[in-house]
Write a protein that binds this ligand. Structure first.
Ligand code: ATP
Ligand code: F6P
Length: 441
């Protein structure tokens, strides 16, 4: 039997990586950890984050800054116990099939890093340290204001007081913090050091394919304010007939949407956008009235899920001609691959460069297709493989996604141009069916 590779070039049973975060408080470690976890899970790589702060809160729910003073023996003991509990749980998780575990803590001294490395290596798990180093005072203060004053550590406390205490907490860490390899004796470690949100990065001893993928992804992250706009093409002639795939022209109403789109975009943004379409006629036609100074780029990777032998058919025709396939698709829509075509899993894999490029970029408007938009939406909104292929993505609707520190904000702009529905419920062969109310956009 061929080895299981997940379609993303790794053998889960042979690969186990622990990403150990390093850095002073409020340097974006948890932010980086949750992005990495979301990206890996989207690619079907089992990933989980173990946040030592959450373990520490069991024992010390609302500590003040002096809890983090290294001269505070009781504090030191509790912090060490929390780290041990998190690592122990992570090891249990690796034994049950985990592939990338992320240890989210400060790990800010050489001694702590040595302990973590020895403990994790003992279990045959590789370690990659990811340090976020930042000395931009303004950014640190903004981080404290935006996320730390609302931390459960300061529940019910005055935000001003909380910010002050957090600043003192950082000072206590600063007394003992050593950036990785500061003294030249940590050169044996595998690490990525990100300085001032990617202005400079240092990469040391990155070993295999998955490690370099993670590193490449993390190097591309930025935190400048931006949004991603998603729209399907305007209604097409094949949409009217309830036929899937193809390369049809827009219907009259689809043309109307293309004319309305610039207005919708301007309503949602005062900055010029870069527009990415697929290579199919209906997305290119939908983009053609957008302002001339918007850069436009066509991506083959944004073409609709390839329905193989079923391309151009209605769902009823597919059910009649390939009844077993039709049922198999309903049973596991994410993994079902059309004969001679693609599955949702295949689409996610070909979209990976799009996600990588999106992370590097600022304001991008993507005009693509139902299945492709579902996959991109799933990345931002953390939809599971069971949910994502069924998410309703109506025609003639513009969606604006704005990434925030933890999560993504969604705004919807409806063009008020009528269109058929191309959503299909499980078991149905209807040409046009209204989506069930739950889980919609
Ligand atoms: P703590 O040790 O208290 O858990 P932390 O380092 O995990 O702190 P986060 O909670 O992740 O800090 O801070 C989140 C904030 O950091 C977000 O507002 C995010 O925009 C910002 N941020 C993200 N990446 C970076 C980075 N590379 N450098 C500095 N700040 C960043
Ligand atoms: O019907 C429009 C369409 O974009 C088809 O071209 C494509 O096969 C289909 O939607 C994808 O949706 P589903 O996966 O629900 O069949």
């Amino acid at each position: 039997m061929a080895p299981r590779t997940n379609g993303v070039g790794i053998r889960p049973e042979e690969t186990r990586i622990c990403v150990v975060m390093v850095g002073l408080p409020a340097r974006g470690k948890s932010y980086i950890a949750q992005k990495a976890q979301r990206y890996l899970k989207w690619l079907s790589i089992p990933a989980a984050t173990f946040n030592v702060g959450n373990y520490r809160r069991n024992d010390a729910p609302h500590p003040s800054a002096d809890f983090f003073d290294t001269n505070n023996a009781e504090g030191e003991r509790k912090r060490r116990a929390a780290a041990e509990a998190a690592v122990a749980d992570m090891m249990k998780w690796f034994r049950s099939g985990g592939v990338v575990g992320i240890l989210d803590a400060t790990n800010s001294t050489k001694e702590r890093r040595k302990w973590v490395l020895d403990r994790i290596n003992q279990e045959g798990v590789d370690v990659i340290f990811v340090e976020s180093k930042c000395d931009e005072e303004e950014l640190i203060m903004a981080n404290i204001r935006d996320v730390k004053t609302t931390s459960p550590d300061y529940q019910g406390q005055d935000p001003e007081q909380a910010a002050l205490d957090f600043r003192n907490r950082i000072r206590n860490y600063e007394k003992v913090y050593k950036t990785i390899n500061a003294d030249g004796d940590e050169d044996h470690l595998t690490y990525l050091k990100i300085m001032n949100v990617g202005r400079q990065v240092i990469i040391n001893r990155i070993q295999d394919y998955l490690q370099s993928r993670i590193v490449y992804y993390l190097m591309n992250l930025h935190i400048r304010p931006r949004s991603v706009w998603l729209s399907r093409h305007g209604e097409s002639m094949l949409n009217l007939e309830g036929r899937i795939g193809g390369d049809a022209d827009l219907s009259h109403r689809g043309e109307e949407y293309a004319l309305k789109l610039p207005e919708l975009v301007l309503e949602s943004s005062d900055r010029p956008l870069t527009v990415w379409t697929s290579t199919l006629k209906r997305t290119i036609a939908t983009a053609r009235h957008l302002p001339k100074h918007y850069n436009q780029l066509q991506w083959k990777a944004l073409d609709e899920l390839d329905a193989g032998v079923c391309d151009g058919m209605t769902y009823q025709e597919i059910a009649d001609m390939y009844p077993e396939d039709f049922q198999a698709r309903d049973e596991d829509k994410y993994n079902y691959r059309y004969r001679g075509g693609e599955s949702y899993r295949d689409v996610v894999i070909r979209l990976e460069p799009i996600i990588m490029e999106l992370e590097r970029s600022e304001d991008i408007l993507i005009i693509s297709h139902q299945a492709v938009i579902r996959c991109i939406y799933a990345y931002f909104m953390q939809k599971t493989q069971e949910e994502s292929p069924w998410v309703p993505v109506p025609l003639h609707t513009l969606m604006k996604l704005t990434p925030r520190a933890y999560g993504t904000e969604v705004q919807i702009y409806k063009a008020e141009v009528k269109a058929v529905s191309t959503w299909r419920g499980k078991g149905s062969t209807a040409k046009h069916e209204d989506p069930k109310p739950e889980g919609g956009i």
